[in-house]
Design a protein around this ligand. Structure first.
Ligand SMILES: Cc1cc2nc3c(=O)[nH]c(=O)nc-3n(C[C@H](O)[C@H](O)[C@H](O)COP(=O)(O)O)c2cc1C
Length: 441
């Protein structure tokens, strides 16, 4: 559409809304896509660090250390994870992603001493082989669930929900269900798969406690048990998960990525990552579990892109973060070198989100053997490791400027907010004031 003076776009019915109504009317099908929420909601960009001046003393970047390591799961597990950096790779399914992409995620994460995570559809040998620390997801669908793989994992993540679709199940459309994917999920080839939105084994927190014990028994009490929730009623969910025995809680905000779900779900269900973190931290603090030895660690995900985001999440109280979308981009997803191919799919580099179609020219969100040839797992792993190093160095730069010798020492007092909304959600003062909306002084 070309802009011409005199044309006024409606704020309510803007060009995307008009296009969506036309598309819906043409097809009678709701829009399914990958990626996370695209509309603007309060986020880490709405926060700033104060840095040091007279009242706080900074650390010298070239001489003084700022540590980055984190221990996950020392509440009950015999072997907690000791990661070198607090940025982990989020669970993304084999099926949604190609085998090569899973391999590359393992390579990149291992190179910098962090963990990667399986997903719906089970554990591939490539992924296990390349990952120094591999977290095995136990999902409502149970697709690919295998007790032997549970024992091969370094930690287990029980998935109750995802930020992109809390209350909803996953989707993998038939075009991506090849023989290998179908075999691992014990499903027919080429038929759309919609996974369950809730676990068949339990209907509430009491049953979850029994399931956690069962998983610990199967794996000899060796492995940390994570519980992942999509951010909704986060304060209560975290309390219930801790009570049920979780070692680590993963809170995934509404901006969190997905391989495929309804657009209306991605954009309209759940709360922003920024709003979820303080609720989770409050719940952990009230239970005496926050940032204490033998406590419960908090991993936060949903829209983490830069070292500033990592530092902000940690200042608000996260022990570590997880990344999905950004990791795929680092591997080579949406690379401008495929501009012509994206155009043929009606998209463009930087906008491509039709992960469900399985036509990804970058060979990452596809099962097509031809397209997969475009992706080199070794190069992808190298790129991911580079990106993870940059995130870590950026977070360290900020932490040093705040006078912190460890990333975990960042605190809410290092932050201010740019808007009243973000101040209220993040529970930090509006910049230039002492005012935290909603808090009585
Ligand atoms: C391609 C793709 C596949 C995903 N598959 C799963 C999955 O199988 N299980 C799961 O719990 N989350 C899945 N997720 C969500 C991620 O684990 C994570 O919560 C989310 O990507 C974090 O937000 P971010 O993408 O903004 O970093 C997937 C995300 C993407 C982008």
């Amino acid at each position: 559409m070309t802009f011409r003076p005199g044309l006024r776009e409606s704020a309510t019915f803007d060009r995307n809304v008009v296009h969506e109504i036309q598309r819906a009317a043409d097809t009678g099908i709701y829009d399914i896509r990958g990626w996370g929420a695209k509309r603007k909601v309060p986020h880490f960009d709405d926060l700033l660090f104060l840095g040091s001046s007279m009242s706080r003393y900074p650390l010298e970047g070239y001489r003084e250390k700022c540590e980055t390591d984190v221990v996950l799961g020392d509440r009950h597990a015999k072997y907690p994870l000791h990661l070198d950096i607090p940025v982990t790779i989020a669970g993304m399914s084999f099926g949604a992603l190609s085998g090569g992409a899973k391999d590359a995620l393992g390579r990149g994460a291992s190179e910098v001493g962090t963990s990667t995570t399986t997903g719906d559809g089970g554990m591939t040998p490539e992924e296990r082989g390349q990952s120094k620390y591999l977290v095995y997801q136990y999902l409502p669908s149970r697709y690919g669930m295998n007790p032997d793989d549970l024992r091969k994992a370094d930690a287990i993540e029980i998935v109750l929900g995802q930020g992109a679709k809390p209350g909803g199940g996953g989707m993998l459309l038939g075009q991506k269900i090849t023989e290998r994917v179908a075999g691992m999920r014990t499903l027919p080839v080429g038929i759309d798969q919609r996974s369950a939105c809730r676990h068949p084994d339990w209907t509430g927190p009491d049953d979850l406690a029994i399931k956690i014990i069962e998983l610990r028994e199967i794996t000899g009490w060796e492995k940390p048990i994570y519980v992942k929730v999509g951010a909704t009623r986060t304060y209560y969910d975290v309390k219930l998960a801790v009570k049920a025995g979780a070692d680590v809680i993963v809170v995934d905000g509404m901006q969190g990525g997905t391989a495929a779900t309804q657009d209306v779900f991605i954009e309209h269900v759940g709360i922003p990552t920024l709003a979820a973190i303080p609720q989770a931290v409050q719940a952990l603090q009230e239970m005496g579990m926050h940032r204490t030895s033998g406590g419960v660690q908090l991993i936060v995900s949903g829209g983490i892109r830069s070292g500033a985001d990592v530092a902000k999440a940690m200042a608000l109280g996260a022990d570590a973060v997880a990344i999905g979308t950004a990791a795929l981009i680092a591997l080579g997803d949406n690379d401008p070198k495929y501009e012509a191919e994206y155009a043929k799919l009606g998209s463009a580099a930087g906008f491509y989100d039709d992960f469900q179609d399985g036509k990804d020219p970058a060979g990452i969100t596809t099962q097509d053997p031809e397209l997969q040839r475009n992706f080199d797992p070794i190069e992808g792993g190298r790129r991911l490791a580079n990106y993870l190093r940059v995130l870590t160095m950026e977070a360290q730069t900020i932490a040093r400027a705040c006078g912190k010798s460890h990333l975990r020492n960042l605190e809410p007092q290092d932050l201010v907010a740019l808007t009243i909304e973000s101040a209220a959600m993040a529970r930090v003062p509006l910049a230039g004031t002492e005012w935290i909306p909603g808090r009585a002084f």
